[in-house]
Design a protein around this ligand. Structure first.
Ligand code: ASP
Ligand code: MG
Length: 462
């Protein structure tokens, strides 16, 4: 058997009738795939707001349950044609809704939202979607069954909100619980800790669920369905001449996701790369009975320039505003053994992730998420490290990254990247080249972000 893992995201479930379209796509697979699904479009956002608002407002649990159930009921009305199946589906959905209601009511009663409760609440969008799709597929005559991460043993490292999947530990139970010949529908976005707690894989985490399951079942491919044209040479909203990228290497896709391309959850590439499983990105709007990937991600990169056949190295320029710098200063800081390790320990103890480090003799620059700048400054200011003269938070920045296989081994590529920005009169705060063989990045003022992306895109793609 050659089984794929197929992931449908919120962008594939925007209007009530969309699930029926997904049944057609699934029918097109020769061997029944594993289907991983995320919440209806916008539902996770609604759950996040409701979880927070429930702390103080007793009316939220019921109104959240009712409005989310109404959206799913509309989808079931449209996509589960068989009346008996439809009422079974609606019944299963309202049971889900009641469990959600009880969790939100608990938050209201206690007036506090603990991370484990938050993760459980946010998993309900995916749970309702897997229920919907299972019945929509069955009603379309497909052999489908729902399988929850807690039932199949999709284990995580247990960190709430942003867990990693423990692949080796999950493999045998996942494989045994997803029989071939059956379309198993699995809610994405979460797994369970060793202690059986629901743990989220981070926003957009269903991509990562799909890739992890693909690893566990040795899938022939991991197919991620979206409503856009896969990876592009830049965000087309910023660079209007952005080109679609038919092929990327694993490393290129991983770096682009890390540096802000919002196409894939950044952890998605890792499981599939380990086994060389191809990752295909499809656009649901381009589907006319034949599966034609927009981007294929695998061991090989793409060598030809569009229309010209001329090899080129830089594949894409991407940007993110979710970056800030914690600048630690002090005389000869760069030469103090153990200092960086201590700072990193303190930050990780406070749950703060360091995205990158750039050091010099008198400064250590730690790149963190914007949301972590204030907390990170407070943590580092609270240390008793006499070597540290000051800790400064630098905000208002954007990170611009260029990604391409061979970029660093090709002379002049990084120079072209930075001089194209400089030629626009844009000041560069920091540069990092060499940390990854396929990526280089710099920080510029946020207000200059679009002009910088446009300049680099013009330089490499015309
Ligand atoms: N529904 C979740 C989110 O919006 C997970 C996902 O979409 O993959 O983040
Ligand atoms: Mg999503």
């Amino acid at each position: 058997m050659s089984r794929s893992v197929v992931k449908f995201g919120g962008s594939n479930l925007k209007s009530a009738g969309d699930a029926a379209r997904l049944a057609l796509i699934v029918r097109g697979y020769r061997d029944p795939p594993v289907v991983v699904v995320s919440a209806l479009y916008g539902v996770t956002q609604q759950l996040i707001a409701a979880a927070a608002a429930s702390k103080a407002d007793a009316s939220v649990p019921a109104s959240c349950r009712d409005s989310i159930l109404a959206a799913y009921a509309r989808a079931a009305e449209e996509c589960v044609a068989d009346p008996a199946l439809r009422s079974e589906c609606l019944r299963a959905m309202s049971e889900c809704g009641e469990r959600l209601f009880r969790l939100l009511s608990g938050v209201n009663m206690i007036g506090n939202l603990w991370p484990q409760v938050n993760d459980s609440i946010l998993s309900f969008g995916e749970r309702l979607s897997s229920c919907l799709l299972t019945f929509a597929f069955r009603s379309a005559g497909l052999p489908a069954e729902e399988r929850l991460p807690e039932d199949i043993g999709l284990f995580t490292d247990g960190s709430f909100g942003q867990a990693g999947v423990e692949l080796t530990r999950s493999r045998s139970s996942v494989l045994a619980s997803l029989p071939e010949g059956l379309i198993c529908v699995v809610p994405g976005f979460y797994g369970i800790s060793e202690r059986g707690e629901i743990t989220l894989l981070g926003r957009g985490g269903s991509d990562y669920s799909a890739a992890a399951i693909a690893w566990c079942v040795d899938a022939v491919s991991c197919d991620i369905w979206k409503d856009v044209d896969g990876f592009m040479s830049a965000d087309p909203k910023i660079a209007e001449r952005a080109l679609p990228l038919p092929r990327l290497s694993y490393a290129e896709a991983a770096e682009l996701s890390y540096f802000g391309a919002k196409i894939l959850h950044p952890q998605t590439v890792d499981p599939v790369e380990r086994k060389g499983i191809p990752l295909f990105l499809y656009n649901v709007n381009a589907y006319g009975g034949e599966r034609l990937p927009q981007t294929e991600i695998g061991r090989r990169s793409w060598g030809g320039a569009p229309g010209e056949g001329e090899p080129f190295t830089v594949k894409s320029v991407t940007s993110t505003d979710d970056v800030g710098v914690l600048r630690l200063s002090g005389p000869a800081l760069g030469g103090k053994p153990g200092l960086l390790g201590r700072c990193a320990d303190m930050l990780s103890g406070a749950g703060i992730n360091i995205k990158s480090v750039i050091t010099s003799q008198t400064c250590i620059n730690l790149l963190v998420s914007r949301a972590d700048m204030a907390g990170g400054t407070a943590v580092l200011n609270g240390t008793d490290m006499p070597e540290l003269e000051s800790v400064e938070a630098l905000g208002g920045l954007s990170l611009i990254a260029c990604v391409g296989e061979g970029m660093l081994s090709t002379p002049g590529v990084a120079a072209r990247m930075f001089s194209s920005i400089a030629a626009e009169g844009i000041n560069i705060f920091l540069i990092s080249v060499g940390a990854s063989p396929v990526a280089a990045y710099c920080l510029v003022g946020e207000v200059e972000r679009n002009r910088a992306v446009q300049a680099i895109h013009r330089e490499f793609f015309g």
